[in-house]
Design a binder for this molecule. Structure first.
Ligand code: 3PG
Ligand code: MG
Length: 397
């Protein structure tokens, strides 16, 4: 990977179009999780301190080219300002007169947030005219939105072709962390993949078996693999129609020398509810009327041993129904074990995608992980081995 970073950029006095991901969870007009804002602060501060004019470009939700008021970025500007510790101006359009007027009014070091880029259909269509209109307000482009890099949009991919383009500090950190986990990792590499369905992660599993040494499969998706091996999984979540896919993945793993680790026992219950009656059973004793909601104590010991054997761990998805007690037990135990090994300096841990961050936060393990990505879809596509257009555009810039 080779791309320019802020080290290579001459920022003083420049209008710096800075793509960030401010697609943050909100409730009643307030940001409920500011992680993504916090992640882009270093880049904003650095550009501002160097005398650049920081013009933030971002999307919010999926308004599909319409000016949907509920998807305005206006309420996000004060949240950024508060965490940044300095004012953030807001323009109610990302192109045209009002954007230009707001940019013209900026002094060196100022920060301005432009309205949702997805208010224009040209954003998602990566329309060249739209990208040109965005580019008209900037001298250089900084992309700090890894989590939107799987989208070939005007403000991610298009701008990188029109202006001198640089990776922001978060983009840089993300690419370095992910690269050191899968491209040039210290082996053995262990992947822990969980979540509900195999169907959403087929490409991901196929890519991982060719890259990692050990693959632990947990969560609902493990049931599909167990069923394919002849285990009677009772009423468990299971995609029986994917038995052949599961077999194909297991055969590919065999061929690549990747060890697949499936649950060794199961915690079963008769309803999906917190603190409902449950039992730990052997795999050949899953009651026909019960469902697996977590892996059992024997499985936890196996996962811990695999963590001990590994030098690098990539984690995506929970091992059980971690949202409801006590079916969070395996996820919490494994996450805490991985966090402890990381803290001891024995393991590099990279996690991301979907529910993963919530699961690791729940386990109070996040702080000790080496790197936690705030990306959802982009992290998954990266695990699938796909090229991310937003990143490719920076490499070519
Ligand atoms: C995300 O929330 O994953 C990113 O902001 C990308 O959003 P999108 O899935 O709507 O493209
Ligand atoms: Mg998404």
């Amino acid at each position: 990977m080779s791309f320019k970073t802020l080290n290579d950029a001459d920022l003083k006095g420049k209008r710096v179009l800075t793509r960030v991901d401010l697609n943050v969870p909100m409730k009643d007009g307030k940001v409920t999780d500011a992680t993504r804002i916090e992640r882009v602060l270093p880049t904003i501060k650095e550009i501002s301190a160097a005398g650049g004019k920081v013009i933030l470009l971002a999307h919010f939700g999926r308004p599909k080219g319409a000016k949907v008021p509920e998807m305005s970025l206006a309420p996000v500007a004060p949240a950024v300002a508060e965490l940044l510790g300095k004012p953030v101006a807001f323009a109610d359009d990302c192109i045209g007169e009002s954007a230009k007027a707001a940019v013209d009014a900026m002094a060196e070091g100022d920060v301005l947030l432009l309205e949702n880029t997805r208010y224009y259909a040209g954003e998602e269509k990566n329309n060249a005219e739209f990208a040109k209109e965005l580019a008209a307000n900037g001298d250089i482009f900084v992309n700090d939105a890894f989590s939107a890099a799987h989208r070939a949009h005007g403000s991610t991919e298009g701008l990188a072709k029109l202006l001198p383009a640089f990776a922001g500090r978060t983009m840089q950190a993300e690419l370095e962390a992910l690269g050191s986990a899968l491209s040039t990792p210290e082996r053995p590499v262990l992947a822990v993949v969980g979540g509900a369905k195999v169907s959403s992660k087929i490409d991901l599993l196929e890519n991982l078996v060719s890259k990692v040494d050990i693959l632990v499969i947990g969560g609902g998706m493990a049931n599909t693999f167990l069923a394919a091996k002849g285990v009677n999984v009772g009423k468990s979540l299971c995609e029986h129609d994917l038995a052949d896919t599961a077999k194909r993945i297991m055969a590919a793993a065999d061929k690549a020398g990747c060890e697949i680790v499936l649950p060794a026992d199961a915690v079963v219950a008769w309803e999906f509810a917190a603190n409902t009656k449950n039992e730990t059973v052997a795999l050949d004793a899953i009651p026909a009327d019960a469902m697996m909601l977590d892996v059992g104590a024997a499985s936890i010991e196996v996962v811990k041993a695999k963590i001990d054997a590994a030098k690098t761990l990539v984690w995506n998805g929970p091992l059980g129904a971690f949202e409801i007690a006590p079916f969070d037990k395996a996820t919490v135990a494994a996450a805490q074990h991985a966090a402890a090994r990381t803290k001891e300096g024995k393991l590099k841990t990279v996690a991301g995608g979907g529910d993963t961050v919530a699961a690791l936060n729940h386990a109070k393990a996040s702080e000790d992980f080496s790197y936690i990505s705030t990306a959802g879809g982009a992290f998954l596509e990266w695990l699938e081995g796909k090229e991310l257009p937003g990143v490719v555009a920076l490499e070519k810039a």
